[in-house]
Design a protein around this ligand. Structure first.
Ligand SMILES: [Zn+2]
Length: 350
């Protein structure tokens, strides 16, 4: 499977089985998936192995992470209801996230996005936890829900709420402790989701996801490129759809292999590697604007949410599908990844 072929599809992502045969993960393709497919013409299989790095030895206790508190954040966000752009619940979630970060160094990045569905206010939230080393590690999650599903019961418990609750608990773990490492910036970005139907959620596709999405994070990437901040960013870690009780984080071929090697090492040190990278995928997500600007990235996403991803972008994306244990696994692996990055000298080139 050529990457370019996968990129040309209208879907947000393609799953690539370990044999590099192609399975469309989009719900609308279920009938096509049942039809035998002609294998693609001869292609050069891509080398998908992760690089072996020389990393500092495992030291210190495992990071702490309060999974029940993280889960409560997720429940609180979901309780506000659907949170598409410009909705009352969206504003309540903005205020909720800000309220959990009182006393932290927080920047609210507000702007108006010009989208195919009109102009909409967008609100990114950045919390900065300073370190002693020169450089920044960004951890991001979007918190909005899909706009075309705004008139349904879709609350995005996994898609947006799980990772946003995870970051709030990461803030608790970072707060008030001197960081002997890089500064960590937690980013709750807005308007990740498409504004017109993108073929997900049972709606027809009016606009491909990559032409109508990632508004908030692109704004931050543009700003930080313009003011030189981007040069200081050592790694960009993204969490998306990480609350599924049946946790299987994809190995994303759109991410930076050496960062994924560090993530896998962190998972292995914590004994959680069986939840990581058993499946190859290629994901269009909030890391793409940073990848395009030369930042090393890893997207941690479990894009098989129910068999054949059936719960994705549907009203069935509800809290009962999630597990605090999954939040804890991903939260600890993120924190351990940061610890390894802090101690690795030098980091591989971007
Ligand atoms: Zn989504």
């Amino acid at each position: 499977m050529k990457l370019s072929l996968a990129r040309s599809t209208p879907f947000r992502a393609l799953l690539l089985a370990g044999t590099l045969s192609c399975l469309a993960c989009n719900r609308d393709s279920s009938s096509a998936a049942a039809t035998p497919q002609t294998p693609p013409a001869a292609t050069t299989p891509q080398d998908t192995s992760l690089p072996t790095l020389t990393l500092p030895p495992d030291s210190g206790p495992a990071p702490s992470f309060d999974s029940n508190r993280a889960m409560q954040y997720v429940k609180d966000i979901v309780k506000f209801g659907p949170r598409p752009l410009n909705s009352p619940a969206h504003k309540k979630v903005e205020d909720y996230i800000d309220s959990r970060l009182k006393g932290d160094n927080v920047e609210d990045d507000n702007f108006i996005a010009d989208t195919p569905a009109g102009k909409f206010p967008v609100h990114n939230i950045v919390a900065r936890f300073p370190g002693t080393k020169d450089g920044v590690i960004i951890v991001a999650s979007h918190y909005d829900t899909n706009y075309p599903l705004r008139n349904t019961a879709y609350v995005g418990a996994n898609d947006g709420a799980s990772s946003s609750g995870l970051l709030l608990e990461m803030a608790n773990q970072l707060r008030g402790k001197p960081r002997d490492g890089y500064s960590v910036w937690l980013v709750w970005d807005d308007a990740e989701e498409a504004m017109l139907p993108d073929g997900s959620g049972g709606l027809p596709m009016e606009m491909p996801f990559d032409k109508d999405s990632l508004y908030g994070i692109t704004h931050l990437a543009d700003n930080w490129q313009a003011d030189g901040t981007l040069k200081k960013v050592k790694a960009f870690l993204l969490a998306d759809m990480i609350g599924d009780a049946d946790l299987d984080i994809d190995r994303d071929l759109n991410s930076t292999p050496w960062v994924e090697s560090v993530v896998y090492e962190a998972a292995t040190r914590l004994g959680d590697q069986s939840h990581f990278f058993g499946r190859l995928n290629q994901v269009g997500d909030d890391h793409i604007p940073f990848m395009k600007r030369g930042v090393a990235c890893a997207d941690l996403i479990d894009f098989t949410y129910g068999y054949n991803n059936v719960f994705w972008h549907t009203p069935q994306d509800t809290i009962d599908k999630l597990s605090p244990n999954s939040l804890e696994i991903v939260g600890k692996v993120m924190l351990e990844t940061i610890r390894i990055l802090d101690k690795t000298e030098p980091l591989p080139p971007k």
